[in-house]
Ligand binder design. Structure first.
Ligand code: CU
Length: 67
């Protein structure tokens, strides 16, 4: 299991966090996503076949690139 917290400057409200949670949860291997709109942070826990690279790519794709 791996875990990382991303800082995502484009998060502006709870809806952004919901969108990110929904999208990341669809990635196979991601089993936990937590977000804090006030801190503009998303914490992701995953295992194979998800990877840090895939998670970063997905965040870029949905227009919430990590800092
Ligand atoms: Cu928002």
């Amino acid at each position: 299991m791996e875990k990382i917290t991303f800082s995502i400057p484009k998060i502006s409200c709870g809806h952004c966090v919901m969108t990110i949670k929904r999208e990341l949860s669809e990635l196979e291997g991601v089993f936990k996503v937590e977000g804090d709109p006030a801190r503009k942070e998303i914490t992701v826990e995953w295992k194979d076949p998800a990877s840090l690279n895939k998670i970063k790519e997905l965040l870029k794709e949905i227009n919430y690139p990590p800092a």
